[in-house]
Design a protein around this ligand. Structure first.
Ligand SMILES: *Cc1c(COP(=O)(O)O)cnc(C)c1O
Length: 395
């Protein structure tokens, strides 16, 4: 299993078959497990074996299959599945930090990640310094001998800046800090984050891993010691576990993940190339475009440019709204990584909570639109987007 390539691991990794030898993974929709004797129950609470479960908040066979499959795909020793991406982000951080600890984080974060770092951790006495994640000098200046962790989104939502995992990890490891990477936009298919230096990799499985808009989920990946020694005790007692049904949805999502995200990334590049010079646009932001300021880093770090592009319309919010409203294929919603193309106006939705000044600092302009490219035919998508841009140009 160890020498399997990603596409093989994503189909077969972690499979556990019951006595019926079913082909498709079974859903063990059970909260608990029956013991043969009181002695067996006692023994299992002291130390449960690999195929022994106690309670679904602690673990479940279907959930364990998902954890083992995604760990194999990511090249991580172990994984803990969570009820949502935010349960994974908040769980990984809270499990390892205590009052007085220092964390350095990139400023360009998904709104809920920003809330956890800026408003929750600080309430419990954790000091958090924010930096421009693309500026290594700022990381260098902010990381101190007492820094316990660094946190960043490897591809920032929605401005698509790329953070250099290897370089930031080098700075963090020099002081013994752990590197936690929210890797949603890179997906486990394009990620090589652990080999590049990340200690902990976090996904919202809600996005590409399900990829069909059905279920919320998340996962924390890392060393066996970190996952079972630090994360599991915290998560199992605080209740952020993934449900068995969700784990089954995510397991089946992993099987097709590579096919979907490769097709999505290829279409995203086609679309970026087709629309980059459209007169309605001030900028087409896509890390796979040679004009992206971090194109070379993106190629080195993830290969392809991901499944999302951001379009900055010259006509501001009015043009952005006209564009959204004119689209016939892409749906206005706030998920991403879905089989369906989805378009979002961050300034008025996902990043509405931020102050105008903060949005400006992150480059979330009134004209910025985030376009998550689905698996539809790319020529249909490009025709739809071009037609909507033509309409937006007249606003
Ligand atoms: C969506 C998202 C999350 C949160 O995931 P949920 O499953 O919605 O809780 C965290 N980080 C990033 C970068 C995301 O895009």
């Amino acid at each position: 299993m160890k020498d399997w390539n990603k596409r093989t691991a994503a189909v077969h990794g972690g499979t556990r078959r019951s006595q019926y030898a079913e082909v498709s993974e079974a859903i063990f929709l059970t909260q608990g497990f029956v013991y043969d004797s009181a002695e067996q129950a006692e023994a299992r609470f002291i130390q449960s074996g690999d195929d022994e479960f106690i309670y679904a908040r602690y673990g479940n066979p279907t959930v364990r299959m998902f954890e083992e499959r995604i760990a194999a795909l990511e090249g991580a020793e172990d994984a803990f599945a969570t009820a949502s991406g935010m349960a994974a982000v908040s769980g990984a951080l809270t499990a390892m930090l205590k009052a007085g600890d220092h964390v350095v984080s990139s400023r360009a974060l998904f709104g809920s990640c920003l809330y956890v770092l800026d408003e929750v951790l600080t309430r419990f006495g954790v000091e958090v310094s924010f930096v421009d994640g693309t500026d290594l000098d700022q990381w260098r200046a902010a990381i101190r001998p007492d820094t316990r962790a660094v946190f960043f989104e490897s591809m920032a939502n929605p401005t698509l800046e790329i953070i250099d995992i290897a370089a930031v990890s080098g700075l963090a490891h020099a002081v013994g800090a752990l590197v936690l990477v929210d890797n949603v936009f890179a997906t486990p298919v394009f990620s090589d984050a652990i080999a590049q230096g990340a200690d902990v990799v976090i996904y919202s499985a809600t996005k590409h891993i399900d990829g069909q808009g059905r279920a919320l989920g998340g996962v924390i990946l890392g060393t066996r010691e970190f996952i079972r020694g630090t994360v599991e005790p915290y998560m199992k007692h605080t209740g952020g576990a993934m449900s068995p049904f969700t784990a089954w949805v995510m397991l089946k999502g992993l099987e097709t993940l590579s096919l979907r995200v490769n097709a999505q990334a290829d279409s995203a590049l086609d679309m970026a190339l087709a629309v980059q010079d459209h007169p309605a646009l001030a900028r087409a932001i896509y890390p796979g475009l040679p004009t992206h300021p971090q194109h070379a880093l993106c190629q080195r770090q993830t290969g392809k440019g991901g499944t999302v592009l951001s379009l900055d319309l010259r006509g501001g919010q009015a043009a952005a709204f006209a564009f959204l409203n004119a689209l016939r294929i892409a749906k206005i919603s706030n998920n991403l990584g879905d089989a369906k193309s989805i378009v979002t106006h961050p300034a008025t939705t996902t990043h509405q909570r931020l102050s105008e000044e903060h949005r400006q600092r992150l480059g979330i302009t009134p004209g910025l639109v985030r376009f998550s490219v689905g698996i539809e035919d790319s020529s249909d998508l490009i025709a739809d987007v071009t037609r909507a841009l033509d309409i937006a140009a007249g606003v």
